[in-house]
Design a protein around this ligand. Structure first.
Ligand code: SF4
Length: 448
């Protein structure tokens, strides 16, 4: 029987996972970007060249990325209720020995079991705050589990329930490409440790939190720093005090949106394409650069468009449009505000009842906010249900498996960052924590 729910009602009433299953079964109207989303993610974990269904399905997984082994049949075949009961029972048995963390972009069927929910840095800090937990099960993606390992104690095991949960944006800047870029910049700028009359080196590397531990280690070794989408402006201020320019990776959009809000002209933000000599710029352009932007992007946030904003404004007069700063610049410029997931949540919490929001970020968070704040009307700018391909890889079946393995005394899917990488990566994170906004910020940031 077809339930003739309009797409808006589906979004307000059901989890993303359930919406996808209803739409794919023809039991509700609406559109998903891939009908395969209704299948278990184990269908895509082995042998696929891409990230699987969802927003990153057009991106290619780099060679050497972690692969997930087969999930035992009992977890693949268990129904929703059975998995829920098994997860609850395993957590009850493990008690305080285990901490389950759930990223904002996880499906509701996973979030219901999380001890903490938040963005990647909030969750890594939550792990740091629970040194008593022997195991941290990180329901998120690979770089997040690495960061939790960096900030947790050596005796704690950080577990990623599905090793196929990478991040297509993080993979767009691999360590060898960034090392090669650094060598080419040395050809252009000369000694990269030499300071000018103001004590600034030619270039400071800045990596977004959404990057591998290896890249965090790279910036730590080269006087650089990590940023989040909440503190990108503060971090760029820090970097400009110490360097004539910044190499920003992997997300070009966060770098461009933040630097533009700080007054850096677009012509002084050349793109670095790792497949081209000198990133595709001339030495003169690199000499003039203030921010060199790596050619990376998030396939979730790339889906949002100016047309979607225009449609939201036409159909919902008075709507407030808030987008994530990983969205392309024209989208950030057309929105009423841009900010991190934490910014978006707080803006909704602070709004008077009856407000209407169109949100440009991952659908699981948007749909959850719509359910949690029924006093508002909240919808996703993108009318197509298209979750992050890799966040989607964490299914309750994998969560049940890693937890029951822990009950049996076995640790599976442990994520460990070697000390040679961890030490400089921690240094880059510590610099970020110590960086403070200037006493009088020049202007309010958009997208920082
Ligand atoms: S939402 Fe974007 S940045 Fe976040 S994990 Fe997915 S692909 Fe990576």
């Amino acid at each position: 029987m077809t339930i003739a729910l309009p797409a808006d009602d589906i979004r307000a009433a059901a989890s993303v996972d359930r919406s996808i299953r209803l739409i794919t079964a023809g039991a509700a109207s609406g559109q998903t970007c891939a009908p395969e989303l209704a299948k278990g993610p184990w269908e895509f974990d082995a042998g696929t060249v891409g990230y699987g269904p969802g927003s990153s399905m057009g991106d290619v997984i780099p060679a050497g990325s972690p692969r997930q082994g087969a999930l035992p049949r009992e977890y693949r075949e268990a129904g929703d209720d059975e998995l829920r009961q098994r997860i609850r029972a395993a957590k009850a048995t493990l008690g305080d020995r285990v901490l389950v963390l759930g990223h904002f972009y996880q499906r509701d069927e996973v979030i219901e079991h999380a001890d903490f929910t938040g963005d990647s840095f909030q969750l890594a800090n939550a792990a740091k705050g629970r040194p008593d937990a022997e195991a941290i099960v990180f329901c998120g993606v690979h770089f997040m589990a690495e960061t939790a390992d960096l900030l947790s104690t050596a005796r704690q095991a950080v577990i990623l329930p599905n090793l196929a949960a990478g991040c297509s944006m993080a993979d767009m800047a691999d360590e060898s490409s960034v090392e090669e870029c650094w060598e080419q910049l040395e050809e252009v700028y000369g000694d990269l440790t030499a300071t000018d009359a103001s004590g600034r080196v030619p270039v400071i590397p800045v990596t977004y939190m959404n990057s591998s531990a290896a890249l965090k280690g790279f910036v730590g070794r080269h006087g650089g720093i990590v940023c989040t989408s909440s503190n990108a402006r503060t971090v760029l201020e820090w970097a400009f005090e110490r360097g004539q320019r910044v190499l920003f990776f992997p997300d070009q959009h966060l770098g461009r949106n933040t630097a533009k809000a700080m007054g850096v002209p677009l012509e002084r933000m050349p793109m670095w394409n790792p497949r081209r000599a000198f990133g595709g710029s001339t030495p003169a352009e690199l000499d003039e650069a203030r921010v060199i932007l790596w050619h990376g992007f998030c396939s979730v946030h790339k889906r949002f468009t100016v047309d979607q904003i225009a449609r939201a404004r036409a159909e919902h007069p008075g709507v407030t449009v808030i987008v994530h700063p990983e969205c392309p610049m024209p989208v950030v410029d057309a929105a009423d505000a841009a900010g991190s997931t934490d910014f978006i949540v707080k803006a909704i919490q602070a709004a008077p009842p009856g407000s209407t929001f169109a949100i440009g970020t991952e659908i699981n968070l948007v749909q959850r906010l719509a359910a949690e704040y029924p006093q508002h009307s909240i919808f996703c700018l993108d009318p197509v249900v298209c979750p992050c391909s890799t966040m989607y890889r964490i299914h309750p079946g994998y969560l049940a498996w890693v937890l029951e393995e822990l009950v049996a005394g076995r640790i599976v899917n442990r994520i460990t960052v070697p000390d040679t990488v961890a030490d400089p990566a921690r240094l880059a994170l510590e610099r970020m924590l110590a960086a403070k906004p200037p006493a009088s910020p020049p202007t309010a940031p958009a997208g920082a």
